[in-house]
Design a protein around this ligand. Structure first.
Ligand SMILES: [Zn+2]
Length: 115
């Protein structure tokens, strides 16, 4: 699968994730999705707060702010139901709640070994 094909699949799957969230009583707002290299550096370059190899720079990640009953959820654990759903959508889907330093609002697809 080319990067472009994966980017387009990612966008479609995010749509399914958003719909699933609302069907299950959650609400969302957008955090970071694409991180522009003019601001964050090219892949492999550390600039600003982004990690050097973030898949946000490849249009393969989105951070979603989660709300339940109108209350912003700050824990990674609060995202678990959505994270599990996300991972079932495609074998390349990764959820930040599984990372060594949990990042529960991060939903991505792995590419070149990065997530
Ligand atoms: Zn992220």
């Amino acid at each position: 699968m080319t990067l472009g094909q994966k980017q387009r699949m990612f966008t479609r799957l995010v749509g399914l994730l958003i719909e699933y969230a609302y069907q299950n009583g959650y609400e969302l707002t957008f955090g970071d999705a694409y991180r522009d290299p003019r601001v964050h550096g090219d892949v492999g370059v550390k600039k600003s707060y982004s990690s050097a190899v973030s898949v946000h720079k490849q249009r393969l990640a989105i951070d979603l702010n989660l709300f339940k009953d109108g209350v912003y959820q700050t824990s990674s654990e609060a995202h678990r139901q959505l994270g599990e759903f996300w991972k079932d959508l495609h074998p390349d889907c990764r959820w930040g709640g599984d990372f060594k330093s949990p990042d529960g609002n991060h939903y991505s697809m792995t590419h070149g070994g990065r997530a």
